[in-house]
Ligand binder design. Structure first.
Ligand code: FPP
Length: 247
């Protein structure tokens, strides 16, 4: 049989990350470029989030964590904080039906209590309503900061040691991870940041120990399925070594 007639070996399945984290950056610049209020940039950002969630589910990603509001975002001007929190509340209300229909299970990580009782209740209701979703696990990080999350875990562990229910020797990486907001979830394999900025900005600090990073030069409101596909292609071509020298 000539080489040309040889049946092709089946292509290796593309490596799809189990967990993708996204730092959605550039809403403000998108709005400024159009001469519209920042709030419209965030609104367009929420639509991009919807496109990204759909594309992630289509791509077979199991876990998607979107960084929607950082611990530091509370320090933005009061009007912008109000716009962002109102957008989150509206999103929780309007998106739940779509998430249920699409098999998406929503969880919120971060200090949800800082948004007040009503919002915390709306978050709990959205989590309960989507709890049966098995196609994609969606985490939205709200009032989230990696350092605050690690400090909170350390506090809980210290309390247990002080009350005698835990020995210091029992504290290892596995146990520590169980006290984080992401307990029981896989670590992110891939973290994407948009808008051309190349920083981690306090996102999933513990969990990102071995994540691959992809920085994309697109403002978040313009993000779509093709951008996610490009990031996944980039990821699939990386060799991951976890600090181990292979061969
Ligand atoms: C960064 O852009 C984005 C944020 C601070 C908020 C992210 C929120 C959304 C994408 C909308 C809501 C999403 C959901 C899932 C409800 P920036 O304002 O820092 O932009 P800039 O760096 O260009 O000023």
């Amino acid at each position: 049989m000539s080489a040309a007639a040889k049946p092709l070996a089946p292509a290796a399945p593309a490596r799809v990350p189990a967990h993708v984290g996204v730092i959605m950056d550039g809403n403000g610049r998108w709005a400024a470029a159009r001469g519209v209020p920042r709030a419209l940039g965030h609104k367009a950002g929420a639509e991009a989030a919807r496109r990204c969630i759909e594309a992630a589910a289509e791509a077979g990603i199991g876990w998607l964590t979107l960084f929607a509001f950082s611990s530091e975002n509370w320090q933005r001007p009061a009007e912008e904080v109000q716009d962002l929190t109102a957008l989150m509340r509206a999103y929780l209300k309007t998106e739940v039906g779509r998430l249920v229909k699409d098999g998406v299970r929503l969880r919120v990580i971060g200090e949800r209590e800082r948004f007040g009782e009503d919002t915390a209740r709306a978050i709990a209701a959205a989590e309960a309503a989507t709890a049966a979703g098995a196609r994609l696990n969606l985490n939205i990080a709200l009032s989230y900061g990696g350092r605050a999350e690690i400090a909170a875990a350390a506090r809980q562990i210290a309390r247990r040691v002080a009350e005698g229910s835990l020995l210091p020797e029992e504290v290892d990486e596995r146990l520590f991870g169980g006290f984080l907001g992401t307990a029981g979830m896989p670590d992110p394999d891939l973290i994407i940041r948009t808008s051309g900025e190349k920083r981690i900005s306090n996102f999933l600090l513990w969990q990102a120990a071995y994540a691959e990073f992809v920085f994309q030069d697109v403002l978040w409101p313009d993000y779509g399925a093709a951008h996610l596909a490009a990031a996944l292609d980039d990821f699939a071509a990386r060799e991951r070594r976890y600090g181990v020298r292979l061969g």
